[in-house]
Design a protein around this ligand. Structure first.
Ligand SMILES: NC(=O)NC(NC(N)=O)C(=O)[O-]
Length: 387
């Protein structure tokens, strides 16, 4: 059975026209998905991986999670066929000359380990450049398995898989987006394509739910990092690069790995606002301008706000809007890591970095630990709801 999934945005199905030459993205079909601002839990840069697939004859499963948009070179053929930037299986066949077609339930599958476990809220199955060889339908299931399970363990009968997206038709050369009702915290996904075909990318948007026991054992950790459940709520500028780059793991390795704003021609300044893992006590911070040389921010300040507390605690005083500056406007050097120890720990649930007048920073790190209230709230989110 193929389910019809209700959707407020255009639903793409059926084949895309053959490539007509020129810009291969000219007839690509996409929409503004409301969940696309959330963290991609299947981001390779967070440590996600495609741990197994039943077939990857034409194109390797790892391509599914590449952060870049898929490439298409019409001239590029290899020994096994057209080189495709995605996961592509061979054509399925029926059992006999009289019955050459695949059976209704025939499908190919790939197992995905999420980079950061969490609650999934939306999925994009992107079939960019798959024209005539995209799947007819897809489904996605999720599981929560602790530790570091081998593919064999994930495929064993003991694993409870929850359907996130029932078998649903998808279109070729399109970003097929699906909202997912919030459910339990998941660690792994199973992507199936019916009966076979190619998918360029899989994006799994949601809320990171870190392991409270792990964070407690660490003691001090980065309370704004994506992997710990921090996220960008809003930013003044997304022209060159996403603001979420500033809270990705590790140091930036090239300019577009950080956050660079366009040149301002007014008297304003740029900023990013973040939500932290939970209510936290912040003790130290880092601002990195790695690979931003002629376009590093000139100065930066950092402020926090406690949306859950009563009277603000710690050094400094809050403004009328509840924001308290914890790092005054400070000169930044290009391509440099800047470290600051706060005179006293400060409690916050949100943070903001303001850069003057424009330019970029590559990373912001806020080191601290959850308050008792923050730890209790995270433990509740981590507890598995029945589904
Ligand atoms: N033109 C193609 O892409 N053909 C085949 N796929 C590859 N990658 O060669 C196929 O059967 O779908």
């Amino acid at each position: 059975m193929t389910a019809q999934h209700p959707s407020p945005w255009p639903r793409f199905s059926g084949p895309a026209a053959p490539y007509g030459g020129g810009d291969p993205y000219a007839d690509y079909r996409t929409a503004d998905f409301p969940f696309a601002g959330l963290t991609d839990l299947a981001d390779r840069r967070l440590g996600a991986g495609v741990v197994a697939a039943n077939d990857e004859f034409f194109a390797q499963r790892e391509n599914l999670l590449l952060p870049e948009r898929p490439l298409f070179d019409p001239e590029h053929f290899g020994h096994k066929g057209k080189i495709m930037d995605g996961w592509e299986t061979r054509r399925r066949r029926g059992p006999s000359a009289g019955q050459p077609w695949p059976a209704a339930e025939d499908h190919d599958w790939a197992l995905i380990r999420l980079g950061a476990p969490g609650v999934v809220r939306g999925i994009v199955v992107d079939t960019a450049h798959f024209r005539g060889n995209h799947p007819q339908a897809v489904s996605v299931e999720g599981a929560s398995v602790s530790g570091s399970p081998a593919p064999k363990e994930l495929l064993s009968d003991g694993v409870r898989w929850t359907t996130l997206l029932p078998r649903t038709p998808v279109g070729g050369h399109a970003a097929n987006g699906f909202a997912v009702p919030a459910g339990r915290r998941l660690t792994h996904l199973r992507l199936s394509q019916y009966p076979d075909g190619g998918i360029a990318r899989l994006r799994v948007y949601g809320d990171v739910v870190p392991d409270p026991g792990w964070l407690e054992a660490l003691g001090t950790f980065d309370v704004v990092a994506l992997e710990n459940g921090g996220r960008v709520e809003d930013a003044s500028d997304r022209f060159y690069s996403p603001a979420a780059n500033t809270i990705r793991p590790g140091r930036s390795r090239k300019m577009d790995d950080g956050w660079e704003t366009r040149r301002r021609r007014d008297r304003g300044h740029d900023w990013i606002r973040y939500r932290l893992t939970g209510q936290a006590l912040i003790r130290a911070l880092e601002i990195d301008t790695a690979y931003l040389k002629g376009n590093s921010a000139g100065w930066a300040s950092v402020s926090v706000r406690d949306a859950e507390g009563g009277a603000a605690e710690g050094a400094g005083t809050s403004g009328a809007d509840g924001w308290r500056e914890i790092l005054p406007r400070t000169r930044l050097q290009p391509d440099t890591e800047h470290r600051f120890v706060l005179p006293a720990p400060v409690i916050g649930t949100h943070a903001r970095v303001d850069v003057f007048p424009d330019g970029g920073i590559s990373r912001l790190r806020l080191f601290g630990s959850l308050t008792e209230q923050g730890a209790t709230a995270l433990a509740a989110r981590h507890r598995e709801p029945a589904d």
